[in-house]
Ligand binder design. Structure first.
Ligand code: S3P
Length: 445
């Protein structure tokens, strides 16, 4: 698909609307990868995100011999049980832009003793894979060329996987999930000590479908125990909206005048909802309605109103549960009254683009004063900003940078030309249509 730019010349008007956003990307990946290894029948998933990252996941699973079809609003996955993937030696799996797919599928393939090449796009090929390679080597996998720590890479699983003990210190749910997926195909009990906590969708889904998993939650760390090589049954799952997609609409509503928005049926898992806590500390008017627990995950409606934000010193403990939302949170801070400080953001540099440095330069480009020091940024908010010039924004193929720039252009005045906006399709193909629904003006170039 040809890459496109977005031109925005006018601020958004006030609005009062109600919307749904598309399905959660993290849960969509997990649902597909787990259903593909379930047995006894067809798993039926509603609300699956149909973005490029998830379509790459479907493609990869079809390559592994899994039948996946769409029937009305459901995706049907014909799993054939643990160890049932059929794949040719020297096959190549292309993960596109999807870090979650690359790391999680490596875990799923850890017990197949053939060579599989894992590749990705330019951005994914720069991202660190050593963090999954290391624990998977402990299970018995091999990776070629030796000592390479990024894609493309060739992996070779093992016929005799051995359970491992792993201490998860990065706070990466992708690493934790890759290990859990490897554990499913490994005899005995794999143990993960989660010293730095991260999103727990894999644990929740595995528990929900009856896998032998125990999670001992403690204040300082969690202990996860998985007994492997135990078949699990097909399941039915409904996926709620993605809070990471809702985030752009939440911040737009807060920062726009006289506006109100209801975003329905959003995943509110506490390991993901950090943005709501951070914005509430900044004095945003956010309330939650219709909260329920469905399929092991909390969900509900988010109601948000225009608010006057104040700067905060953001507690570092909230960073992991808002990790993907920092570009848009930084934008919120730039229109708040006073100074905001965010620290402990080193993982941001390892995302689809180095998001901390990229956001720092974008904010400086529009004359917001910032101070960046290692993994800490200070943003000097300017609640009265009203830009007049024309700005060309580079987005580095990063969907969340692109959507953050779009929100900025709706609020700050001036004229904006946002480059390389194809990336939006990796996580949120309906973003522009929904923005139009609430009154955003833009042109595709
Ligand atoms: C994800 C985990 C996070 C997050 C990513 C999705 C997942 O990455 O940034 O967008 O679905 O497990 P890390 O595990 O690298 O922190």
């Amino acid at each position: 698909m040809k890459n496109f730019s977005i031109s925005i010349k006018k601020k958004i008007n006030h609005f009062n609307k109600s919307i749904y956003v598309e399905g959660d990307k993290s849960i969509s990946h997990r649902a597909l990868l787990i259903a593909s290894q379930s047995h006894g029948g067809i798993s039926k998933i509603s609300g699956l995100l149909e973005s490029e990252d998830i379509l790459n996941c479907v493609k990869a699973l079809r390559q592994l011999g899994v039948k996946i079809i769409k029937k009305k609003n459901e995706h049907w996955i014909f799993g054939n049980g643990l160890g049932s993937f059929r794949i040719k030696n020297n096959a190549t799996i292309n993960c596109g832009n999807a870090g979650t797919l690359a790391r999680l599928i490596m875990g799923c393939l850890s017990s197949y003793p053939i060579k599989i090449k894992i590749i990705g796009d330019k951005s994914l090929s720069k991202r660190p894979m050593g963090r999954v390679i290391k624990p998977l080597e402990k299970f018995g996998c091999r990776f070629y060329p030796k000592n390479k720590k990024n894609l493309p890479i060739v992996m070779q699983g093992t016929d005799f996987p051995a359970p491992i003990k792993h201490v998860e210190k990065i706070g990466s749910a992708q690493v934790k999930s890759a290990i859990q997926f490897a554990a499913l195909n490994t005899p005995g009990i794999t143990k993960i000590m989660e010293v730095k906590k991260s999103r727990d969708h894999t644990e929740n889904l595995l528990k929900f479908i009856g896998v032998k998993i125990k999670v001992n939650k403690k204040k300082s760390s969690n202990k996860i125990l998985i007994e492997g090589q135990k078949e699990f049954k097909f399941f039915k799952l409904d996926i709620p909206g993605d809070i990471s997609s809702a985030a752009f609409f939440i911040v737009l509503t807060i920062l726009n005048k006289n506006s109100k928005l209801k975003i329905k049926n959003i995943n509110l898992n506490p390991t993901r909802a950090g943005i709501l806590k951070i914005l509430t500390l900044m004095k945003a008017k956010i309330s939650l309605k219709n909260i329920k627990n469905v399929n092991g995950e909390k969900r509900g409606d988010i109601i948000v109103k225009s608010s006057k934000l104040v700067g905060i010193n953001c507690p570092t403990s909230l960073v992991p549960s808002a990790i993907d939302e920092f570009p848009i949170i930084m934008l919120a801070a730039s229109l708040a009254k006073g100074v905001s400080t965010f620290s402990g953001l080193n993982e941001l540099e390892k995302k689809e683009s180095p998001r901390l440095s990229v956001m720092n330069s974008i904010l400086r480009q529009i004359n917001i004063k910032t101070r960046l020091k290692k993994d800490k940024i200070k943003i000097y908010g300017n609640a009265d900003i009203n830009l007049k010039k024309t700005y060309k924004i580079k987005t580095f193929g990063d969907h969340r940078i692109c959507m953050t720039a779009f929100i900025m252009a709706q609020l700050f005045g001036g004229k904006f030309n946002i480059k390389d906006c194809n990336s939006i399709n990796t996580s949120f193909p309906k973003f522009l249509t929904l923005m139009k629904k609430i009154g955003a003006h833009y042109e595709i170039k």
